[in-house]
Design a binder for this molecule. Structure first.
Ligand SMILES: Cc1cc2nc3c(=O)[nH]c(=O)nc-3n(C[C@H](O)[C@H](O)[C@H](O)COP(=O)(O)OP(=O)(O)OC[C@H]3O[C@@H](n4cnc5c(N)ncnc54)[C@H](O)[C@@H]3O)c2cc1C
Length: 443
């Protein structure tokens, strides 16, 4: 009698899930069925999203086809909304709102993170996050539209509000959004006859911390600070938002900034699926051991942003939410899943941080590869080279967009396909836009 192949279900095809599927396919060589459950059919290279929002990269460049790059894996399109741990079954909703379920022998949870909200009046209604493709597409269109409406506005107050952009949170996401954003709006304003001779569009980057890039090496903060200020970005550290309205943003120092654009980059929290499991968590992340296994559930593994993975290089801490860790943990999880099926020996996850790269647009970046601080064009070239190497596909397309972006003017076109209400800040699924009726997504 033919023996059934074990089925390994991976939920989430981001940095951790993609790498886990890729490694398992290589190891299993057909001896196990590898199923990848994800709401969309692409791996999103999140670190380049600010370049999508700034009109430098076309969206499909940072979306790598899952079926095209993972030939040994079966892709199931759907959003998991529950896991029956005793019955070993994942329940999901597919993109056409049909319900489905998958049984598993091994489960790997790599569902990543979603926007973090703070209880600030008006923010949920008037701010937009920056975690997924729909938000990046929305922001690109929104910025373009604001510049165009400002160019046609007769009222100077309206023009000023429409050309003022507020980014809250000066971590790598907010810093990159502001750094790329200011270059984008300068380029659009130059093309617009109503704005060409007026004041430059204004960008504010606000954070409660006393420096940009608070969690990173201080030398990166200084480089980023210098670049942003040289571009005219109003960097407001030790400042927070007290209230957001449709007309602007009230800061805690009492200043009201008239604006139609509030980008919320205050951080992320683990995907709410984790909470629904009823398993122990640490700051919302699923607790796992150093082998990325869930204690008491030998068939369940988790890693990436969604899991609290013990950091063996910093005893007592968990690994930070970065792509660098997520990708390596995905590989480690695959090896340990294989070991649990009798192939190879399991090994503890341990990785020492190799430094960070913050792309600031133009030829600028702030980076510390192997903890050597770099800035300027050298850092810019290294950062781009690193991204090309780290991407699992679409490298030529990304490089081509960069070359074209260096010689051609930025395209001032808003397609208006993603509307404001379809990318709410408070959503459990930033990876998919909310549809009329609110059925798709779990917002
Ligand atoms: C703008 C930005 C820039 C960044 N830049 C950097 C950087 O330069 N370097 C760095 O190290 N890190 C960077 N990060 C952080 C990095 O992107 C994350 O740490 C990394 O993506 C985490 O990987 P992951 O696999 O855990 O989650 P993700 O990459 O977010 O993948 C999660 C996957 O799970 C899917 N999913 C979610 N919920 C469900 C569900 N219920 N059912 C099925 N599938 C689901 C999602 O659609 C997604 O495909 C950046 C983050 C942002 C937002």
């Amino acid at each position: 009698m033919k023996r059934r192949r074990p089925r390994i279900v991976i939920v989430g095809a981001g940095f951790a899930g993609f790498e886990c599927a890729r490694t398992l396919s290589r190891l299993a060589k057909g001896a196990a069925e590898i199923v990848l459950l994800n709401p969309h059919d692409y791996f999103l290279y999140v670190p380049l999203l600010p370049e999508v929002a700034a009109g430098l990269l076309e969206p499909r460049r940072v979306a790598v086809s899952l079926t095209g790059s993972l030939p040994g894996t079966r892709l199931v399109l759907g959003q998991a909304h529950g896991v029956d741990l005793d019955a070993r079954r994942v329940h999901y909703t597919d993109p056409e709102d049909e319900e489905g379920s998958l049984s598993y022998d091994r489960l790997v949870l790599t569902v990543g993170s979603v926007n973090k909200l703070l209880p600030v009046p008006g923010v949920a209604e008037h701010a937009h996050g920056f975690r997924g493709m729909p938000e990046a597409l929305y922001l690109r269109d929104h910025i373009t539209r604001q510049i165009e409406l400002a160019g046609a506005a007769g009222d100077p107050a309206e023009r000023s509000a429409r050309t003022t952009f507020v980014v809250v949170g000066a971590g790598y996401t907010g810093t990159e959004v502001a750094a790329h954003g200011v270059l984008f709006t300068d380029a659009l304003a130059k093309q617009n006859v109503g704005l060409r001779d007026g004041p430059r569009p204004r960008w504010l980057l606000v954070d409660v911390a006393d420096r940009l890039l608070p969690g990173l090496d201080e030398r990166l903060s200084h480089s980023a600070d210098r670049v942003l200020r040289s571009r005219g970005v109003d960097v407001r550290t030790r400042t927070s938002v007290k209230e957001a309205t449709s007309d602007g943003v009230l800061l805690d120092d009492g200043e009201f900034v008239p604006s139609r654009s509030l980008v919320w980059c205050v951080g992320v929290r683990p995907d709410p699926l984790v909470d629904s499991l009823g398993l122990p968590t640490d700051k919302g992340r699923l607790c796992v051991d150093e082998f990325l296994g869930v204690p008491g559930r030998p068939e369940v593994f988790a890693c990436g942003d969604a899991a609290a993975v013990p950091d063996l290089t910093r005893p007592g801490e968990v690994t930070p939410m970065t792509a660098q860790h997520a990708q390596r943990q995905g590989k480690a999880a695959a090896l340990n899943v294989a070991a649990s099926c009798g192939q190879g020996a399991r090994r503890a996850y341990e990785h020492r941080d190799l430094g960070f790269m913050v792309d600031l647009g133009g030829v600028q970046a702030a980076a510390n590869p192997f903890h050597i601080p770099l800035s300027g064009p050298l850092a810019g070239a290294l950062t781009r080279g690193y991204h090309l190497l780290a991407m699992p596909g679409n490298r030529i397309q990304v490089a081509a967009d960069w070359i074209l972006g260096a010689v051609l003017p930025r395209q001032g076109v808003h397609l208006g396909l993603v509307s404001s209400w379809s990318v709410p800040l408070d959503t459990a699924s930033p990876e998919v836009p909310r549809l009329p009726g609110g059925k798709t997504g779990r917002s």
